[in-house]
Ligand binder design. Structure first.
Ligand SMILES: *[C@@H]1O[C@H](CO)[C@@H](O)[C@H](O)[C@H]1NC(C)=O
Ligand SMILES: *[C@@H]1O[C@H](CO)[C@@H](O)[C@H](O)[C@H]1NC(C)=O
Ligand SMILES: *[C@@H]1O[C@H](CO)[C@@H](O)[C@H](O)[C@H]1NC(C)=O
Ligand SMILES: *[C@@H]1O[C@H](CO)[C@@H](O)[C@H](O)[C@H]1NC(C)=O
Length: 251
C-alpha cells in the first residue's frame, strides 16, 4: 500500500486542533468554502482526474475509501490516520486490503494547504473526491455538503462494523440501519460498489462446499457460479485472483 506521508497527517492534525478549538456543531453547507477557499473543488478535481488518468484503479479505490471511512465513526477522515505505538488505526484493520491510493488525497491536501492554508478538512476532500470519481466514471453528479471536521479517533477493531462480503440481505439491511441508512441507501451504495474488483476470498465460500447438501450456493446463477469457479481455482494460491464486480465496468 502506498505510504501515507506524515506531512499530510500533520496538516490534518493541525487543522483538527484549530477547528475543534473554535467550532460548535455547525450545519454542512455547499457554500462552506466559498469565501475561504473558492478553488477547493477545482483543485481536488484536477488532482483526482490526473491520478485516475495515470492509474485506472484510482476511482474505485477512492469510492471505497469514502465508504469505509464513513461507515466507521462517520465521514471524518479517520481512515487516513496512521497507527501509533499504542493504537492500531482503522487503516490497518483487516478490511484495509481494498482501501488504497491514499496518496491522491494527500496530494490534494498539499495543494489546498498551499492555496488556502488550514482551511479544508480531509473529510471534505474525501467527500468531494468520491463525488468526482463517480461523475468521472459516468455516474451522477451531486453537490457535496462541506464543513465536515476531521476525527482524531481511529481504531482497527471498529472495522468489524463494516458489512462483511458474506452478509445476506437481512444482515446487510441490519448493518446499514445501524448507521441510519435505509434500504434505498443500501441499494445505491451496493450499486456504487460495482465499480471495482473483488478478491476470491470475498465470495469463494459460495462456490465450493457451500453446505452439506449443495456444493454451490443454490441461489446463484449456475453458469455465473461456474465462471467464478474458473476465476478462483482451488487451492487458491494467487491472492490477487478475483473478478470485476461488474463485467461491463472498467476497474
Ligand atoms: C499527475 O499524476 C502523476 C501520477 O500520480 C504524478 O506523478 C504527477 O505529479 C501528477 N501531475 C499533476 C500536475 O498533478
Ligand atoms: C492491513 O493491516 C495489517 C495489520 O492489521 C497490515 O499488516 C497490512 O500490511 C495492511 N495491509 C495493507 C494493504 O496495508
Ligand atoms: C476497540 O478497542 C477499544 C480499546 O482499545 C475498546 O474500548 C472498544 O470497545 C473496542 N471496540 C470494538 C468494536 O471492539
Ligand atoms: C441471514 O443470515 C443470518 C445469520 O446467519 C440468518 O439468521 C438469517 O436467517 C439469514 N437470512 C436470510 C434471509 O437468509
Amino acid at each position: 500500500m502506498a505510504a501515507f506521508a506524515p506531512k499530510t497527517i500533520v496538516f490534518c492534525t493541525f487543522f483538527l486542533l484549530l477547528t475543534t478549538l473554535s467550532q460548535s456543531r455547525a450545519a454542512l453547507d455547499v457554500h462552506y468554502y466559498d469565501k475561504t477557499c473558492p478553488q477547493v473543488e477545482k483543485i481536488i478535481f484536477q488532482t483526482v482526474y490526473n491520478a485516475s488518468m495515470h492509474d485506472p484503479k484510482v476511482p474505485a479505490r477512492i469510492l471505497r475509501m469514502f465508504f469505509h471511512d464513513c461507515f466507521i465513526r462517520g465521514c471524518d477522515a479517520s481512515l487516513l490516520l496512521d497507527s501509533t505505538p499504542g493504537n492500531q488505526a482503522e487503516k490497518d484493520g483487516p478490511p484495509n486490503i481494498s482501501v488504497r491510493s491514499f496518496y491522491v488525497i494527500e496530494e490534494a491536501k498539499a495543494k489546498l494547504e498551499a492555496a488556502c492554508p488550514h482551511t479544508v478538512s480531509c473529510a471534505d476532500i474525501i467527500g468531494i473526491a468520491a463525488r468526482d470519481v463517480v461523475t468521472m466514471s459516468r455516474g451522477p453528479y451531486w453537490n457535496v455538503l462541506k464543513g465536515r471536521k476531521d476525527g482524531r479517533v481511529s481504531r482497527a477493531n471498529e472495522t468489524i462494523n463494516l458489512p462483511a462480503p458474506t452478509f445476506n440481505v437481512s444482515q446487510l439491511i441490519q448493518s446499514f440501519a445501524k448507521r441510519g441508512l435505509g434500504v434505498t441507501e443500501l441499494v445505491a451504495l451496493s450499486g456504487g460498489h460495482t465499480l471495482g474488483f473483488s478478491h476470491c476470498s470475498s465470495f469463494q465460500a459460495r462456490l465450493r462446499n457451500f453446505s452439506s447438501v449443495h456444493d454451490v450456493d443454490p441461489t446463484m446463477d449456475s453458469e455465473f457460479a461456474l465462471k467464478l469457479r474458473k476465476q478462483c481455482p482451488k487451492p487458491n494460491r494467487d491472492h490477487s485472483a478475483g473478478e470485476l464486480l461488474d463485467s461491463t465496468s472498467l476497474l
